[in-house]
Design a protein around this ligand. Structure first.
Ligand code: TXE
Length: 479
């Protein structure tokens, strides 16, 4: 018998009629735990609790908010090994990656504990004689937090921590596949000193629990990370009732490699960006755009380096790449292997399903060459360990190809030329630009987000998070 984990609503742990097993993708015989599935009614109760709690929490002392967030940060950081193991077990990223993600979640709570003490406004001279103008930020109300499976604790942290920091209350609906990390975070928050109702966890399906958050008039704002298709649903529902919303969706991130690049570091950046975390990162480098002078040498080195990657159980020491998250994602990856070959790309290496000691969703990282940027594999987010290499003649063509995408999250360049690095920084149509670094891997105290079809609304993380989680008020006073 596995343990039954419940939802957290109005300060109580609440059971339900249905529950779902959380399965380890490295070993499908291993059940991480059984998690109660929330219903629409549970979601409504959670929203009611969050609404009732808002009046006091929105006026709470900054010291109280600091202390709560700091307590959460300290506990996450002190338990990072244990929580990292849980995360690796339920999601399939390797243990070092998982521990790193947990540490990042702790750092995010620590950052926002400090921000709670630094909330400020502005006072300006009016253009009218004798009038004073001041601008302050106020919390919004109940925030619906809807998150994906690929960062089971970091993404919830970077939405929940600022929401609470700025005085909002929260209803959190995690992805169905990663309820373990979500529950662990909720359990820590439940002991942090938050008044009942300020934070609520509802583990359930997107189509009912998620949809309830989208449609309920008492959810003032929605923050969402996930697929483009669901992001569009969030947008449509929010526009219908004029709720504020923020979307982080896919990427088709380019990594440009120029003739003058340091070859070995370019290959490392490519392998890290394309394959680590099994390619399941919105910032993954899924298009490698390489100039002709270095193309053959780069591709040969990339294949050699990829052959050396160990694909195995996420918890095993020495694994570089864990399994794909589930059977559906594995099938999606395999379908893109067929689509790319049908369109004329050459599968130079990898792609095959792999057997290991335990039954899991293992797949060899795949490299496609002879790609053109018009192919579906170069335009659509695959979300797996599959990379396409595109040959271009020079920097100008590389930049044009890099920008020829409906997405605009991250863009990278490997070059020793200051001229090209600076030009790329200015002209890449992306929210984040990396020079001689992987496209994935970002700091937690600066803005995160993209342009075009990747993101909508204000940036997440760092001080810029205030743009979404607060509303400004301009007050005019004639003393
Ligand atoms: O995403 P969904 P899934 C992409 C990636 C992946 C695909 C599907 O290509 O293969 O999306 O993944 C909730 N109302 N990315 O199915 O469905 C859902 O329960 C409200 C890229 O996981 O978008 C989950 O909590 N909520 C991305 C969240 O939305 C709804 C990361 C995301 O699920 C809902 C993840 C509804 N009607 C997936 N339907 C990235 N680039 O980071 C679903 N949800």
């Amino acid at each position: 018998m596995t343990r039954l984990f419940k939802n957290f609503i109005g300060g109580e742990w609440v059971g339900g009629d249905t529950a779902a097993d959380n399965i380890n993708p490295s070993n499908t015989d291993d059940v991480v735990g059984t998690y109660v599935r929330a219903s629409r009614t549970d979601a409504q109760l959670a929203i009611d609790s969050a609404k009732a709690a808002f009046a006091n929490w929105s006026k709470s002392n900054p010291q109280t908010r600091h202390d709560v967030l700091k307590k959460v940060a300290d506990e996450i950081l002190s338990r990072k090994a244990e929580l990292g193991e849980l995360l690796a077990r339920e999601e399939g990223k390797t243990l070092p990656e998982a521990v790193g993600e947990v540490a990042r979640a702790g750092q995010i709570f620590a950052f926002f504990s400090g921000e709670a003490l630094r909330q400020s406004g502005e006072k300006l001279a009016s253009v009218r004689a004798g009038v004073e103008v001041d601008i302050t930020r106020e919390p919004l109300g109940v925030i619906g937090v809807i998150t994906p499976w690929n960062f089971p604790i970091a993404i919830p942290a970077w939405k929940i921590a600022p929401a609470l920091c700025y005085g909002n209350t929260v209803v959190f609906k995690p992805a169905e596949l990663v309820t373990g990390s979500a529950w662990a975070l909720a359990e820590i928050l439940s002991r942090s000193g938050l008044p009942a109702g300020v934070f609520n966890l509802v583990m359930g399906h997107g189509r009912d629990v998620g949809q309830t958050l989208l449609d309920h008039r008492d959810v003032t704002a929605l923050t969402f990370t996930g697929s483009v298709a669901t992001g569009m649903r969030v947008a449509q529902a929010c526009v219908q009732r004029m709720a504020k919303f923020q979307l982080e969706m896919g990427g088709k991130n380019p990594l440009v490699v120029l003739d003058d690049a340091n070859l070995s570091s370019a290959v490392e950046n490519a392998v890290n960006g394309a394959f680590y975390s099994t390619g399941q990162r919105c910032t993954a480098s899924s298009r490698l755009i390489v100039t002709a002078g270095v193309y053959d040498e780069f591709v040969a080195a990339l294949v050699d380096r990829t052959k050396a990657l160990v694909v195995d159980d996420a918890l095993k020491a020495g694994s570089h790449i864990g399994p794909v998250v589930d059977a559906a994602q594995l099938e999606q990856n395999q379908s893109y292997l067929r689509i790319a070959q049908d369109e004329g790309a050459t599968l130079l290496w990898g792609g095959e399903r792999m057997m290991r000691d335990t039954p899991g969703f293992y797949m060899a990282p795949a490299i496609f060459t002879d790609c053109t940027n018009r192919m579906r594999v170069c335009q659509e987010e695959v979300f797996g360990p599959i990379v396409s290499v595109i040959r271009v003649s020079d920097y100008e063509e590389a930049l044009a190809v890099a920008n020829d995408t409906p997405f605009g999250l991250a863009a990278g360049i490997c070059t020793t030329s200051l001229k090209y690095a600076n030009h790329f920084k200015q002209h890449a149509e992306a929210g984040m630009v990396m020079v001689n670094l992987p496209t994935a891997g970002v700091d937690y105290h600066v803005p995160f987000g993209g342009r075009k079809g990747s993101s909508y609304g204000p940036r997440e993380q760092g001080r810029y998070a205030a743009e979404f989680f607060t509303s400004t008020k301009t007050a005019y006073v004639l003393p």
